[in-house]
Every structure is written in C-alpha cells, then in structure tokens.
Design a protein around this ligand. Structure first.
Ligand code: DGL
Length: 290
C-alpha cells in the first residue's frame, strides 16, 4: 500500500516535554475513523508516558454526512467502551462528533473530563494578514450550531470562505494518501479558496492533516495551513494535570507508552495505517458491537 507521510506537518511540541509526562494516566481517543490518529500522534508527543486507547469507528465513517442522533449514539457507545478499558479522560478527536455530541457526553458523565476539537478559526484570524480565510471541514461541522457560534465569537471581521468537503474523509479512510481521487478532491475543494485569495486555510477535520501536503501543493506555498492537533494535545496535557493520582499508577507505569487500538471496521487496515503513518507497532482489535 503506497503511503507517504514524509511531508506531514510535525506534531512535536515547541517546548521540551518530560519523558514522564502522562505517567499513570489512560487517555481514550476516538474518531469516526483514521483521522483522529493525527490527534493521537500529537498527544503522544505531549504525554509520552501515558497509556493511549484509540477507537476508529471506521465501520460507520464518515460521520460528516450523518445525523446528530446517529453520531450521538456512536459517540456514547465508544466513550462507554473506552471507560470500561480504563480511560481517565476522553478526547473526541473529531470535529464532527464534537459538534454533534460533546455536550451530550459531558452531561452523561459529568465527572469525566472530555476534550473536544474545533476548527482553528481563532488562530487563523490571528495569523491571517489579509483577513481572507478558508475553512475546510465536513458538511455536518459547517452546518452545526457549535461552528456558527465559533464563527460569531472568533471570526472577527475576516472574510471566511466555508468549504464543505464531502467524500474527502471517505477517501482518506481507504488508507492511501496519494491516490488520483484524493488529488482530484483536494484540488476541487481548494479552488474556491484560491479564487477568494485566502492567505490562511483551516483544516477543520482531523482526517485532513494527512493530506496537508496535497492541500499545500494545491493552494500554493503562500497559504498558511492551520491544524488544531497540537492545541488539542496541549489542552489534553493541561487536563491531565487536574486528574487525581490513580492508586494503580504503578501498574500503569509498567505499560508506559502503550497504545491500544480498536476499529469497528477493518482492524488490519487500522494496524497497517497506524504503523505507516505513526510508526506504531500495535495490533488493532475489533471494537465490540454492544
Ligand atoms: N475526522 C472527522 C472530523 O474531524 C470526521 C470525518 C468524517 O467522518 O466525516 O470531522
């Protein structure tokens, strides 16, 4: 399977991170599929000693073209599973599931810290010189109430082009980062941003960082691309500091750097992609149905 990750943006923190960071803590991370691996990679860089549990709901991807109810039910099922596996904190590594379900998860488990992901509108407005910005995301995210409120709070007076990218996450789910289909979709979705003269583009879906090099090529070197994985990892690291020390921290310390993976789709594809894209040597299991 030809996969190249050579020019993916680096998730590594600007400040040095202690090798002990995250020791004794278990972090549950999920996405509709493979995209949340971009967030998992950044969390590993910030919390190298944490145990990470990752669920790819690839059997139900993409979420971006599904209903609120469906995404809410899936998010609840997966979060419950991650808790049974010992998660102390949940990261919803999916912009779509955050928009659809993060409030529901927080009200269902008020004592469980839940970190969500939102498109980086705020950093884009801070960075853009010409105040012309493009946001690339799933149709669901762009239509959501949560995103509208994000735009109102942080959009300022910028001219913001909202570009839904139907089909793009589905194509990335195939595990190939260089297919002609991907090139075609990326250039189709980049064109309105080029026409609008944006100098900053926001990757508002966690699948898209894996095709950031294709977007950079299509948009041109003058366009700055913003991905929020790094900010989410920093926020996760802050929330970890608030967690009570677990009595079984010693036992968990023995599993430091362990990452466990499950997929509701094809576990062999998740195993392969986690190795090819992140260098993980972990065999993924099947996510139990109920
Ligand atoms: N990775 C997801 C996101 O961040 C969703 C992709 C999809 O399933 O449509 O929005």
């Amino acid at each position: 399977m030809p996969v190249s990750t050579d020019s993916l943006p680096s998730p590594f923190p600007e400040q040095p991170v202690a090798a002990e960071a995250g020791r004794g803590v278990s972090i549950g991370v999920f996405d509709s599929g493979l995209g949340g691996l971009s967030v998992l990679r950044a969390i590993r860089a910030h919390l190298p000693a944490a145990e990470l549990l990752y669920v790819a709901d690839s059997g139900h991807a993409p979420y971006g073209e599904k209903s609120d109810e469906f995404i809410g039910e899936r998010s609840e099922h997966i979060s419950r599973f991650l808790m049974t596996q010992g998660a102390d904190l949940i990261v919803v590594a999916c912009n779509t599931a955050t928009a659809a379900a993060v409030h529901h998860l927080r009200s269902t488990w008020p004592s469980m810290p839940v970190v969500g992901v939102e498109p980086g509108v705020k950093p884009a407005v801070a960075h853009s010189r010409n105040q012309r910005i493009g946001v690339l995301a799933t149709p669901f995210t762009l239509q959501s109430e949560k995103f509208r409120s994000l735009l109102e709070r942080h959009g300022g007076n910028a001219h913001i082009v909202l570009q839904p990218c139907p089909g793009l996450a589905r194509e990335i789910e195939r595990g190939l980062l260089d297919s002609p289909e991907l090139h075609a979709l990326v250039s189709e979705f980049s064109q309105p941003l080029i026409d609008a003269g944006v100098d900053t583009a926001v990757l508002g879906c966690t699948h898209y960082p894996f095709v950031a090099p294709l977007f950079q090529q299509a948009l041109g070197d003058g366009v700055h691309i913003i991905d929020t994985a790094e900010a989410v990892a920093r926020q996760t690291a802050r929330r970890v500091l608030d967690l009570p020390i677990r009595r079984d921290a010693q036992a968990r310390a023995a599993e430091a750097r362990a990452t466990r993976l499950w997929s509701s789709g094809d576990p062999a594809l998740l195993t392969h992609v986690a190795h090819a894209w992140l260098g993980l040597k972990t065999q993924a299991g099947a996510l139990p149905k109920e």
